[in-house]
Design a binder for this molecule. Sequence first.
Ligand code: ATP
Ligand code: MG
Length: 418
Amino acid sequence: DGPMAEQSAEVIRTLLRHGHEAYWVGGCVRDEYMGRRVSDMDITTSALPEVTCSIFPKVIPTGIKHGTVTVLMGEQAFEVTTYRVESGYEDHRHPTEVSFVREVKEDLRRRDFTMNAMARGIDGTWVDPFDGRADIDKQLIRCVGDARLRFREDALRMVRCIRFASVFGFSIAPHTWRGILSERDTIGWIALERIRSEFEKIMAGPSPLRGLEMFVRSGLHARMKVPFPYTGHDKDTIAAIDRIGPEQSWIRWSLLLLSCGISAQEAERLLRLWTFSNRQREAIVKLLKLHESYMQLPGDREAHIRIDWIRLVLAQGAEAAHSWLSMQKALQETGTASISWDRIKQLERWQQDLLIRSLKDLAITGSELLEALGKPGGPWLGELLGQLLEKAAAGDLNNDKESLIDEAKRVVIHNEGI
Ligand code: ATP
Ligand code: MG
């Protein structure tokens, strides 16, 4: 149900009215059978792409050569793909030839796993020639056809296999697993962003740990073009990954990096190689930086711990601080936290009590400050603003122009006195 189901049904009905066959296919059929939330509804049809284009008023010829047309219906967009087979995967990733075929079953044969090779008709009919439903019932990931050949055609399927097993909590059928072991050397052919994208799904799943372990057991991790951050030495830190919610996958990545003893600086490099987006990379690196700075706080500054912590929070941002505290709580649960539960609670309170969180919250700007002090700008200004922010955030200084200027003058006179 919902507008997506309704509109996609309308696309299928329209194709049928014009005398063609059409079915829902792939992920949406699988997800519906499993009772999972369906993300997008793909349609497969006997109609040739040009014909599909001529039937619907609003279409985007997304991949006409491969038979894919995006049909816009209401607010929704659907990929409508002509029954096709693929051949000539010389590079273990791209078919060199696509040909259209007449039978839906032939189209299903080119798909990767039995659970992804099912089609469903508008009247409720199932086209399930490889017993995908039976495999789903048995919680098994199984290749369509000979696993070795299928992985040799497209090496990404090996990672998809592990991703589905991890996200669904399924097992991998023995023949399929042996296929991975036999073809794993071809993983280097696959673009990193495609592998990363599968890993993001693993990391956003209910239990990334299983996926990570399967990836390592398969030996794929050691055959990548870039290092895979898993040593397995620090089991407790790795175990904390599953205790972080799936919506906070950057904390899960941070734990993985931490478990290998990778520094914030090394992480920055590695995440670039792994083609992470700037946003993701920054979130992880800030968290690791905050972790490093906290661990480097001298033990004899207990009296200053509050202001030291506030300084760290202001330097890496409230988001990183919040994430780091969640990470510490997870580590606490697996018995490997570097700080006590009471300390976590205390840091959390101090962070929540911050009155302001960044320079833009300060009641004065740099240029206003220059004018009030009657001094030319310089590197000292940034430092001064930082000090004012720290005090105002901690509540040791009122955040209004007058108080800030008074304090600034006091600091400047003090510094010039030295
Ligand atoms: P997700 O829930 O991540 O969208 P999905 O199975 O729908 O999973 P898609 O990448 O959206 O994955 O692909 C849609 C369908 O296309 C799959 O269900 C499968 O039938 C087929 N497919 C996708 N990638 C491959 C591949 N590498 N080899 C063979 N078939 C594939
Ligand atoms: Mg999909």
